[in-house]
Design a protein around this ligand. Structure first.
Ligand SMILES: C[S@@+](CC[C@H](N)C(=O)[O-])C[C@H]1O[C@@H](n2cnc3c(N)ncnc32)[C@H](O)[C@@H]1O
Length: 219
């Protein structure tokens, strides 16, 4: 299944408009420090799925202002990380940040993403809830990942009823739209339905709003 730029659903376009305005303002509500704390906990899990002997190539899809790129950069060393996003203003902020690894950014939508030179992993950090159809994200991943490549989803998935309630309030009354998938079980079901195996799930013990799902296409 191929999703092209023209397939960008209204959802994607709404996102684009919303994020084109944000830029620096985004970092005021989601400080870089938080991503540093999160990396301390998720680092071990992420590195387990990347090669220790050779440098890995990772895409940070929907990298925004580069905070999630910074998260990756803190988790792994000797890697090549490419951050992509459709909102220029977000990327302008990302480009000003400092990283340890070889990091580059490109303005492109997830629907348009493709690469001849395949990647070892793709990260979607607080991104999949922006999609009506998870298959858009999975299809983009398949176009860029190596055969054994893995997907890291980090999002506001939660099994905790209180956090679920907060998510409901945020999605329906405070967010920029009704989000699709902040539901942990729904994300898992959708992955399995589309031929993916869920390799690991981890929820941060303090920032319980953040969970990581590691998934891989069953060949
Ligand atoms: C909640 S922000 C997350 C940003 C970053 N990953 C982080 O954790 O700070 C969602 C980002 O996804 C981007 N985005 C949404 N839909 C997209 C699409 N179809 N293609 C590329 N980027 C997209 C938005 O522009 C925005 O920067």
């Amino acid at each position: 299944m191929a999703f092209k730029k023209n397939d960008q659903n209204s959802w994607s376009l709404i996102n684009k408009k919303a994020y084109e305005k944000k830029g620096k303002a985004y970092d005021l509500v989601r400080p870089l420090k938080l991503y540093g704390y999160l990396s301390k906990y998720f680092k071990k899990t992420l590195s387990r799925y990347l090669s220790k002997s050779k440098s890995s190539r990772i895409i940070d899809a929907g990298c925004g202002t580069g905070n999630s790129t910074y998260f990756l950069d803190k988790c792994v060393l000797n890697c090549e990380i490419k951050g992509i996003d459709q909102a220029k203003k977000m990327l302008d902020v990302a480009k000003q940040k400092k990283f340890r690894n070889k990091v580059s950014f490109e303005q492109i939508s997830i629907e348009e993403l493709s690469s001849e030179n395949k990647y070892d992993a793709i990260q979607f950090f607080q991104v999949i809830h922006h999609f009506k159809d998870i298959r858009v994200v999975l299809s983009a991943s398949e176009r860029v990942l190596k055969k054994d490549g893995v997907i890291f989803f980090i999002d506001f998935f939660s099994r905790n009823p209180f956090v679920k309630f907060l998510n409901f309030i945020y999605c329906n009354f405070l967010g920029q739209g009704k989000y699709y998938s902040r539901d942990f079980n729904l994300a898992k079901t959708q992955l399995k339905k589309n031929g993916y195996s869920v390799l690991e799930i981890k929820t941060h013990p303090v920032f319980m709003n953040y969970s990581l799902i590691v998934a891989k296409k069953i060949n």
